[in-house]
Design a protein around this ligand. Sequence first.
Ligand code: 5GP
Length: 197
Amino acid sequence: MEDDARPAARLTVLSGPSGVGKDSVIELIRARSPWVWLSVSVTTRKMRDYEVDGVHYFFADRPEFERMIASGQLLEWAEFAGNLYGTPRGPVEARLREGEPVLLKIDLQGARQVRAAMPEAQLVFLAPPSVEELKRRLVGRGTDDEETIRRRLAHADEELAAEREFDVTVVNDYVERAADELVSLLGSSFLTPLRAD
Ligand code: 5GP
């Protein structure tokens, strides 16, 4: 029976408004806790200077992305600020089957899809210390043009209001502290030694 075979490992979803610092928290976890398995999303967005294909995202064009949707290869997907983003299903399911916790960094629409598809997933909301601070970070980021910033600001209000749909809130006051808190939420199965593969 499927339920009996379900591993103890859980899927943890990190979401929160654009600009709240999800990427910084994830980068810190990547550097300090390399044993945490992070899902790599597919996106049609243009690659930023510092990004590496296959590490930060898999970069794809729209037709490729649409083929992945049509063939059921995505666990969830969403359109965000004019670009498509999605989570490849295969690697996530494989990790969970092996009993390893999985961390996804996705937007609110994606978090809702994961909640519907996998009710046992743990949804973590990364919150800014204040709304003003969020808007300051979003405008000051310097990676996006004006139109993109405007769309991200509009989306941020909706995302802030969604906090109550989440299981846990982590406040990103200090990125190190927020990263530690998130890692501690991932599950006690991380405390067992990992295979060297
Ligand atoms: P960015 O373009 O700044 O890297 O990401 C924009 C938004 O897309 C962020 O809120 C990010 O969390 C979200 N995102 C990244 N990957 C995925 C994904 O696979 N699925 C969904 N639904 N959202 C994603």
